[in-house]
Design a protein around this ligand. Structure first.
Ligand code: CTP
Ligand code: MG
Length: 232
């Protein structure tokens, strides 16, 4: 029996305001390539990947020059004003696929995803979907602003940080994003609102999202020292 195939949507239509780098953060140089190319690589390397949609900003001129753009399994879509709109645009490109096919939605700003995490996510996949997540490890404080100060300590015992990829059946995910997607910051939230109970899959802490200046150096260390993916 052949292993089940999966689809993927990688969102890379953001402007990277918090990074403030002059170029969108998904195009910052990292270990000889760009952040986005590293985010795509473990998905493109996976033998069960059938098709991958990269969602780009309307004025993107950089993706077409990358090797990934020439892959027969890669198509592109134009993103929207919010991450949820960009995900919806990516899903629209997969309209002809079977409704129960797993679709992995991944941030183009997460360049350090490992093969093990993809395989654990696929193994946990079911009708309610599954997502990579990290149990919160530090003590959490609720704060007031200007200047920041503690107002309370929050019990972390049942708190997880949601990462990507997140894997959901294509049809239900498309319906949930259309119905509840306006203000969600991940796919799980749309599915939860639609009544699903996604499974949490403990992820590697290495799967960070490049968000602020300094994160790129950390990602470079992980790619070169942990993943062995140096400049190529
Ligand atoms: N994203 C997208 N379309 C948007 C907003 C975000 O495709 N309208 C993508 C980003 O490109 C990124 C991922 O969603 O790969 C996670 O979002 P985030 O880290 O918030 O990236 P940005 O929105 O680009 O960064 P910032 O919020 O700092 O502006
Ligand atoms: Mg954002």
């Amino acid at each position: 029996m052949s292993l089940p195939r999966f689809l993927a949507v990688v969102v890379a239509a953001g402007s990277g305001e918090r990074m403030g780098a002059g170029v969108p953060k998904q195009y910052l140089p990292l270990a000889g390539r760009t952040v986005l190319e590293h985010a795509l690589q473990p998905l493109l390397d996976h033998p069960q990947l059938e098709r991958l949609v990269v969602v780009l900003a309307a004025d993107d001129t950089r993706f077409a020059a990358t090797a990934a753009a020439r892959s027969a399994r890669v198509v592109t879509a134009v993103g929207g004003r919010t991450r949820a709109e960009s995900v919806a645009a990516g899903l629209a490109e997969l309209a002809d696929a079977e409704a129960d096919t797993p679709v992995l939605v991944h941030d183009g700003a997460r360049p350090c995803l490992g093969r093990g995490d993809i395989d654990r996510l696929l193994a946990a996949f079911g009708p309610h979907g599954a997502l990579l997540a990290l149990p919160v490890r530090d003590t959490l404080k609720r704060a007031h602003a200007d200047p920041p100060g503690v107002t309370a300590t929050v019990d972390r015992a049942d708190l997880w940080q949601a990462l990507t990829p997140q894997a959901f059946p294509l049809g239900p995910l498309r319906t949930a994003i259309a119905a509840y997607g306006v203000d969600v910051t991940d796919e799980s939230q749309a599915m939860e609102r639609a009544g699903y109970a996604p499974v949490l899959v403990a992820a590697e802490a290495a799967n960070l999202k490049v968000t602020h200046p300094g994160d790129v150096e950390l990602a470079e260390l992980i790619l070169t020292r942990v993943r062995g993916r140096g400049a190529q």
